[in-house]
Design a protein around this ligand. Structure first.
Ligand SMILES: NC(=O)c1ccc[n+]([C@@H]2O[C@H](COP(=O)([O-])OP(=O)(O)OC[C@H]3O[C@@H](n4cnc5c(N)ncnc54)[C@H](OP(=O)(O)O)[C@@H]3O)[C@@H](O)[C@H]2O)c1
Length: 305
């Protein structure tokens, strides 16, 4: 089968190569999925799990990519809940990855059915950002209707899902990002927008929840914007500052079939729009992940036309 591989962490996405690899086998509790569309998260090539297995042994050359939508072609021993021929979407385990390929073996619990009226590209595009947003907002952030939330990078892949889900849950959403993204963030539902390069972030005042996707200085300054009893949730690594009277939570998402089903239901009824910046074939994938212009939104690899 055709697959994208990486061998050299220092090379980043420039080190990606399109090669021939053997098709994967379904282990116990796995399904093999014929990938129709897949995605890759910026930062994935810096994660230890991309390069080693759980015993810290080198597992390169690695096929990266966690996000996928496709059709089940084989079931491993003891696998229940999905059937051969079923449309699915979800997230491969970060220690296995493998979705930038024609076939991938995935633990069945990491996938959910993809309804027939949802395009594979859309399924692949909402899996990672949708789950991250869901878990940050409702599992870790415990967002309630009527609360206020500051969403950093609100026009980005994760931020746009956070913005939409938070609005849908009845929160007041202040988005942030670069000036060029103001209209996009407002279109996804932000009620206000802060240009991080020009506006006064501290002027935002106290919010119940900050959802940080940027970290660094922005993350640090955001801790002071959380009102008493509120929460700073981050996906950009451990926080360097904590709210004076509140929680700071950094988390890494996990796949969850029930949450994937909630997310895809919102896609079907129009409450959640995917944020796709570019769609490329597997043959074009290396170029697509090394763009010569800024891409806002996810790059989706359409593995089967
Ligand atoms: N912990 C987890 O479970 C988890 C899950 C998913 C993603 N992540 C990580 O979360 C981060 C965001 O992921 P994503 O897929 O949403 O990325 P993305 O689509 O690139 O979105 C990030 C957004 O923030 C903006 N931004 C970044 N730095 C900025 C700055 N200094 N000032 C203003 N705007 C800034 C970006 O604009 P530009 O494009 O112009 O920089 C972009 O619009 C990545 O580092 C990713 O690896 C973590």
């Amino acid at each position: 089968m055709k697959a994208i591989v990486v061998m050299d962490q220092a090379a980043g996405t420039a080190g990606m190569k399109l090669v021939e690899r053997p098709e994967p086998q379904a282990a116990i509790n796995d399904v093999v999925v014929q990938v129709h569309a897949s995605g890759f998260t910026s930062g994935e090539l810096t994660w230890p799990s991309t390069w080693t297995d759980r015993l810290d042994r080198d597992r390169s050359p690695t096929i990266p990519g966690q996000e996928l939508a496709g059709v089940v072609t084989a079931l491993g021993y003891g696998t229940t809940g999905l059937s051969v021929g079923q449309r699915v979407f979800g997230l491969a385990d970060s220690y296995r990855g493998g979705t930038l390929a024609e076939y991938v073996a995935v633990e069945v619990r990491n996938l959910a059915p993809l309804p027939g009226d949802v395009d594979f590209s859309v399924g692949a595009a909402v899996a990672m950002p949708g789950l991250t947003a869901w878990q940050g907002l409702f599992v870790h952030g415990r967002l309630q209707a009527g609360q206020s939330i500051l969403v950093h990078g609100a026009a980005g892949a994760v931020g746009s899902m956070v913005t939409q889900l938070a609005r849908d849950a009845g929160a007041y959403v202040i988005g942030t990002g670069r000036a060029a993204d103001r209209q996009k963030a407002l279109d996804f539902g932000a009620q206000e927008f802060v240009d991080l390069e020009k506006d006064d972030l501290e002027g935002v005042g106290g919010v119940h929840l900050v959802f940080d996707v940027i970290g660094g200085d922005i993350g640090k300054r955001s801790a002071g914007l959380v009102r008493n009893g509120g929460t700073l949730v981050t996906i950009a690594g451990p926080t360097e500052a904590r709210p004076a009277d509140g929680l700071a939570i950094d988390f890494v998402l996990v796949s969850d079939r029930t949450q994937l089903s909630e997310i895809v239901q919102r896609v079907r009824d129009g409450r959640l729009r995917p944020n796709i910046g570019n769609i490329a074939s597997l043959d074009e994938a290396v170029a697509a992940f090394n763009p010569t212009r800024r891409i806002s939104g996810k790059t989706i690899i359409r593995v089967r036309p």
